[in-house]
Design a protein around this ligand. Sequence first.
Ligand code: BDR
Ligand code: CA
Length: 346
Amino acid sequence: MRQKIIVDVDTGIDDSLALLYLLASPEAEIVGIASTAGNVSAEQVAANNLAWLDVCRAPAIEVALGAAEPVAIPLRTTEDTHGPHGVGYADLPKSARPLSDRSAVQLWIDSARAHPGELVGLCTGPLTNLALALRLEPGLPRLLRRLVIMGGAFNHPGNTTPTNEWNVHVDPEAAKEVFDAFGAAPRRPIVCALDITETIEMFPEHLAALAERAGSLPPELVSATDPAGTRSAAANPIIRHFSDAVRFYFEFHQHYDQGYLAHMHDPFAAAVALDPALAVLRPATVDVELTGTLTRATTVADWSGMWGREPNADIVIGTDPALFFDRLITRVGDFARALYPAEEVR
Ligand code: BDR
Ligand code: CA
């Protein structure tokens, strides 16, 4: 039986690869995609999700629009990280697929009620829609099989402020509501924070290997010495669009002195959602600072019960990045090759 999964994304360059990974994974059945405001507006996120479904020749998968703003503060987006439309330099064809009639919040609630105990939730953006869904259906933690979150930074610097990770920074009140509510879940949520996701470094060599596995020509040789914004000539549209997206992310990380690489936060969370055995977990009690003058939106983990509260999260503290990239390249490469055989794209 395939694993039913609801995906809540703010697509997003790395969210894009998370979607590709799930679409390429035969054991995954995506029951719906919630489009959350974060990297770019919710409307742009939804347009990107629909466009990727087209590029991947996917069957009809519901894409729902999320709230326009975080639950308590104005929206902040980050086009400097993910490009003007959230997908780097990629110019995705506009999709004619319709958006769902129901909201992302309703998608969460209806899907969890329709498949009690079966559905895995994967959040790779701010937790706005999940928090709003919890207000209407407080039973969600018990209805879901498991929740996997990309968010937070614990024993690690932030990527937005010295202590803030982006997804929590955008909507800290929502993150707190989710962590508080999931204290009551039969299974603790798995949290992929920056501590681990910044060890998931994609290099141009990974991209070249992905294109080769897909049988895409010419070889995809992206280099730090290329002029900024160079566009891919890959014959395979999945490789071409993803390469154009990830080049922007390489340039962004290089600009911030992290090297010509890209942290693949969200695809790692997607892989863990399908196979938690990829992750070494450690329970902790997680809370979100909402009032600090310097530290608002910081995630704090109590690893040793000092607060006297039960653990409400399993934080990923270890993984094998090479194993993850092997799996990613095999899956997405084979998927891209099967969808666009060489004779079709020559
Ligand atoms: C997270 O922030 C976003 O920009 C990425 O898509 C990822 O989900 C990393 O902090
Ligand atoms: Ca994201």
